[in-house]
Design a protein. Structure first.
Length: 93
């Protein structure tokens, strides 16, 4: 669950918020900033933002979504390749 701060609280805590996001970018929940009790913006780590944008890009690409759906269907049918086989084929140990 995200934290909620008023604009005044966010202003007072901005440096600390930046330090928190910088120290643990993947573990920090977004922070919602309100004005007169209504949400006006959300602060999130750059890492989270990048992941979100990448997800939106994939979701908006019909070809990538078709490939994802096919992969899920294959996995559900048990049509998978063991990890050790994939690593061997890629030359990765």
């Amino acid at each position: 669950m995200s934290r909620t701060l008023s604009i005044a609280e966010a202003r007072e805590q901005l440096a600390r918020l930046v330090d928190e996001f910088e120290a643990q970018p993947s573990n920090i929940e977004p922070v919602t900033i309100t004005r007169y009790g209504k949400p006006v913006l959300t602060i999130l780590s750059h890492e989270f933002y990048e992941a979100l944008m990448e997800t939106l890009e994939i979701l908006s690409d019909p070809e990538q979504m078709a490939a994802l759906r096919e992969g899920i269907e294959q996995a559900e049918r048990g049509e998978t390749i063991p990890l050790d086989v994939v690593r061997r084929e890629l030359g990765v140990q």
